[in-house]
Design a protein around this ligand. Sequence first.
Ligand code: AMP
Ligand code: MG
Length: 418
Amino acid sequence: MRASTYPLIDAGEAAAFVLEHTPVLSVERLALAECAGRALAEDLVADAPLPAFPSSAVDGFAVRAADAGRTLRVVGESAAGRPFDGAIPPGAAARILTGGALPDGADCVVMVEDVQLAEDQVTVPPSLRPGANYHKVGDDVRAGDRILTAGTQLGAAEIGIAAATGLAQLPVRRRPRVALMSTGDELVEVGKRLGRGQIPDSNRWALLAALREAGAEVHVLGIAPDEPEPLRRLVVDALEDADALVTSGGVSVGTHDLVKPLLESLGTVHIGRVKLKPGKPFTFATIGIHAPLPDPLPWGERERKVAFGLPGFPVSSLVTFEVFVRPALRKMQGFAQVQRPTLPVRLAYEAKPTADRTEYQRVTLRREGRELVAETTGSQSSSRLMSLAGAHALVRVPAGEQGLKAGSIVEAMILGLP
Ligand code: AMP
Ligand code: MG
């Protein structure tokens, strides 16, 4: 064992550094069917009003308000997609259906419930208001309105409004292609028989799920042995068409921990240890622009790539994913909101601190009256995945002596509400 030469970096500073050094990916135009969940890459400005023509909000009769109280001749019909041809003269009405264009000459719509109908004549109520019961041009969106801003996550309503304004494609940023690799001679494919001292490669599946939730396209590299050459070959090949590398294991200071030296040989390791619990050996490197680079560059002159060496312990790998990797992947995709949302929660337990490291404790939440109350998930050991399974939030406990008192209210990072 050798002592790590990497300085211990404050967890918040490390997170800010990672974000700052993560590139934003290029823009592609996608058909609406492919846009759900993506971040819009440019502001969308309406080039025409919505609705584009005055359209009836009800079934009834299009009339002139000045004809209130009179019996009017019904001269035709305007249905959705089948407008009335011509204008309504004074003393006349046109039957109109919801979504039908308001005929010229008419300035209001009377609901069918409010008229008396006899053959081709209709008697309208004694008082009518111009503008009643139809949607005016530009009521929803005016030409030139900014309807969506860059960085917005495209959901059903956002895609709907884009379609309503006539856009069949939207500019979005590429999803990051992430190469995912587990390291460790003790690892065995899940489902295979375990020999003595072996464990299933569970991080691969946990991280695959986390990466996909964060919007990544994942290339699973499988298990790399704790040997420098095969590990290097796997990584160099994978980086050829990946934007990011995520590894688990092999970053602590044991003699078999090879990820840091490998990343040193491919780029620059900026962060090798953080004041974070769990996740102290978290490693961040950039590859592709900061020398020293392998010569010639195996993947050619392209965008910078980022590499995340996550610790092997299952909770450490997922917590460091949350703190460092997920925000970075969202930045790559151009999301305005890269962090998980936070909410104030009342602690139902005393959160004991770690003297020299920020700690992210896992909690479940329940509602009590108007408050969310946070309960610990039990032992916070970095190997105990049960501390994270079913957790609703992470509570950040600052380093120091104080901790967080039971009953205090803190902002918690929400993973998923109950
Ligand atoms: P390491 O960071 O390589 O020293 O790994 C620390 C510990 O994390 C190992 O001793 C394993 O118990 C566990 N571990 C490492 N990789 C994995 C994995 N892919 N899946 C599950 N547990 C792992
Ligand atoms: Mg290992």
